[in-house]
Design a protein around this ligand. Structure first.
Ligand code: GDP
Ligand code: IMO
Ligand code: MG
Length: 429
């Protein structure tokens, strides 16, 4: 298995960016295949911190980055991000970044509708990032989206804007918001076109060539299995499929090209936004995890909800996502806790479940059943080998392996790139 796909195995922010950056030294190209700038991936290299949303994390190592067709691209956000990371010294040019010509664009009307709908939902809001991700994917499926290649065709843009505005202005007016003007949107797109088009190409062809030349591809997932539009805690999910299978359809390669699936999970659990979270802690331990783990959303700055490790949920993500190995991150955050709990299943209205069932009310009613483990007094922070870990921390990792039914192939012990224990090289399969 020459290629690797990295996906989140919880509700996002597991540390995918750190792991992708670490693995990128072994890869030739890093490919984003779903999501958009709702993602926030943090990389810490020495005294530099990079926060990437749309750009593939391999760019920090100077590796070719590809934004696949499955990503929804906000061209304004992309150009600002490029300017931001260039100011940090990264090189982003059409030689180092390629964007699928058939990727869907996010326009200013998408975040406007996203936010207006959230406002209208009130208490029942999803807690989206407000970046227009949902509306953009809706347009793709409804066959009215503007795509990257359309930027080279002013007449196509004009006709598609008419269709989009008919839809959006009707909705926005209904929600009491200002309608959009076609001319302003069209002028905006025509101005962006010469800045975006040099990056555009049929990326499937480049990926095919790279594969035939024996190059290694690293697929970088965004969000996570429990935010997957089919398999997650619907409707409190994102609007794309986040499982590893999407790496193929979202970049234009066959399913056998995906390779080793590395699921990323924190040694505890966090979630941003609304929705069920059976192991959530509302006590001092929850606050401690949030403080120690610096649990604030990379994109929105919102505090993340924190709780115990949910092995039933991660096991579900392992099965659905086809996870071959798990990377366990943020083990250091648990240092010094006297007692740790791991959720092994749920009581729901008098019945025991080993998985989270699909019903919305059932998910909300899930009460976790816990297994209790002793904590450790030593420090795991910065460990780079098993030998550096407190014995009880190794026991905790081993128990997680058993419960989620997947081997732990990587452990991360601080935000810093090299504070990582590699048990098995995922590129070696
Ligand atoms: P992503 O969305 O999955 O890429 O994760 P984010 O970057 O949004 O959030 C993960 C946060 O945890 C970032 O601030 C990382 O720097 C940090 N992080 C990653 N791995 C570790 C780790 O092993 N220990 C600690 N303490 N922090 C980590
Ligand atoms: P990374 O890649 C954590 C959550 C939002 C909200 C739901 C829907 O950094 O792990 P959306 O804007 O996608 O329509 O919001 O999904 N969400 C994330 N949570 N990490 C992310 O990305 C997320 N991307 C979206 O908080 O609950
Ligand atoms: Mg994140």
């Amino acid at each position: 298995m020459a290629n690797v796909a990295v996906i989140g195995a919880q509700w996002g922010d597991e540390g995918k960016g750190k792991v992708v950056d670490w693995l990128a030294s072994r890869a030739d190209v890093v490919v984003r295949f779903q999501g958009g700038h709702n993602a926030g991936h943090t990389l810490v290299v020495g005294n530099q911190t990079y926060k990437l949303s749309l750009l593939p994390s391999g760019l920090v190592r100077g590796k070719l980055g590809v934004i696949g067709n499955g990503v929804v691209v906000d061209p304004d956000a992309l150009l600002s991000e490029i300017a931001r990371v260039r100011a940090q010294g990264l090189i982003v040019t059409p030689e180092t970044l390629r964007i699928a010509d058939n990727a869907v664009l996010i326009l200013p009307l998408h975040p406007a509708l996203d936010k207006a709908r959230e406002e209208a939902r009130g208490e029942r809001k999803i807690g989206t990032t407000g970046r227009g991700i949902g509306p953009a994917y809706e347009d793709k499926v409804a066959r009215r989206a503007i795509r990257v290649a359309d930027l080279a065709e002013p007449e196509t843009l004009s006709a598609k804007l008419d269709e989009l505005l008919l839809h959006y202005n009707t909705l926005l007016k209904g929600l009491g918001k200002e309608p959009f003007s076609k001319n302003i949107l069209l002028e905006g797109l025509l101005k962006l076109a010469p800045q975006i088009l040099p990056f555009a190409e049929p990326v499937w062809e480049r990926l095919d060539e790279l594969r035939r030349a024996g190059k290694r591809i690293l697929f970088e997932g965004a969000q996570a299995v429990m935010l997957d539009v089919d398999h997650g805690t619907y409707p409190f999910v994102t609007s794309s499929n986040t499982v590893a299978a999407t790496a193929a359809s979202g970049s234009g390669v066959g399913p056998s090209a995906v390779g080793f699936v590395l699921g990323i999970a924190k040694a505890y659990t966090t979630r941003v936004g609304s929705g069920p979270f059976p192991t959530e802690l509302h006590d001092d331990i929850g606050r401690l995890l949030g403080e120690r783990g610096h649990e604030f959303g990379t994109v929105t700055g919102r505090p993340r909800r924190c709780g115990w490790f949910d092995a039933a949920m991660v096991r579900q993500a392992v099965k659905i996502g086809g996870v071959h190995g798990l990377a366990l991150t943020k083990l250091d955050v648990l240092d010094g806790l006297t007692e740790l709990k791991i959720c092994t299943g749920y009581q729901i209205n008098g019945t025991f479940f080993r998985h989270l069932p699909a019903g919305q009310a059932a998910q909300a009613a899930a009460v976790p059943e816990y297994e209790v483990m002793e904590g450790w007094s030593g420090s795991s922070r910065g460990a780079r080998s098993w030998a550096d870990l407190p014995a009880q921390a190794v026991k905790y990792v081993r128990r997680i392996e058993e419960l989620v039914e997947a081997p732990v192939t990587l452990v991360s012990t601080s935000p810093e790139r090299d504070d990582t224990i590699m048990v098995r090289d995922p590129f070696e399969g």
